[in-house]
Design a protein around this ligand. Sequence first.
Ligand code: NI
Length: 167
Amino acid sequence: MTVRPIRYLGDPVLRRPAKKVSRVDDSIRRLIADMTESMYQAQGVGIAAPQIGVGLRVVVIGMPDEEPFALINPVVIKRSGERRLDEGCLSVPGYRGSLTRSLSVTVKALDEDGREIRVKSEGDLLAQCLEHETDHVNGLLYVDRLDAKTDLVKLEPAGAHVRDQDD
Ligand code: NI
C-alpha cells in the first residue's frame, strides 16, 4: 500500500468525470488499498480515486470505528428528503461549507470482488459521504453545491481541528 498525495481544488483531474471501471481486477484492488491508506493518512472518512490523481470511478468510505469499504462505479439510485449540513473535503483543505444534502441515499455499485451491492443510509455521516464521494467521480465538489459564497467558511488555523471529518 502506498500513500499517494491528495490533489487539491484547481487540479483538472478533480473536474473530469471519471471513467467507468470495466473489470474489477488486482490493479483496481491495489488502487483501493492505496486510496484507503491515503484516506487514513489524511484523516478523511471518504476518498475518491480522482483525489489521488486517478480518473476512475472508485470510492472508498471509512466511517469512524468501522471497516472501510470500496464502491466501484457508484450511482445514486434513490435519494429523498433534505437536510442542511456542514461539510469539508480533503481536496479543499482549510475550509468548511454548509449545504443541502439528501436525508436518505441509496447507492448501487460493485464491491472489490466485482459483485453488485447496494448501500442505503439515512440521516447520518454515511448518507452524506455517499453523495459527496459519488459527486467526486462525476467531477463535482461540495463547493459547487453551496447556495452562496458566504456558505464557505475559512478555518483558522488552516482547519487542523476538523480534518477528522473531511471527506
Ligand atoms: Ni471530498
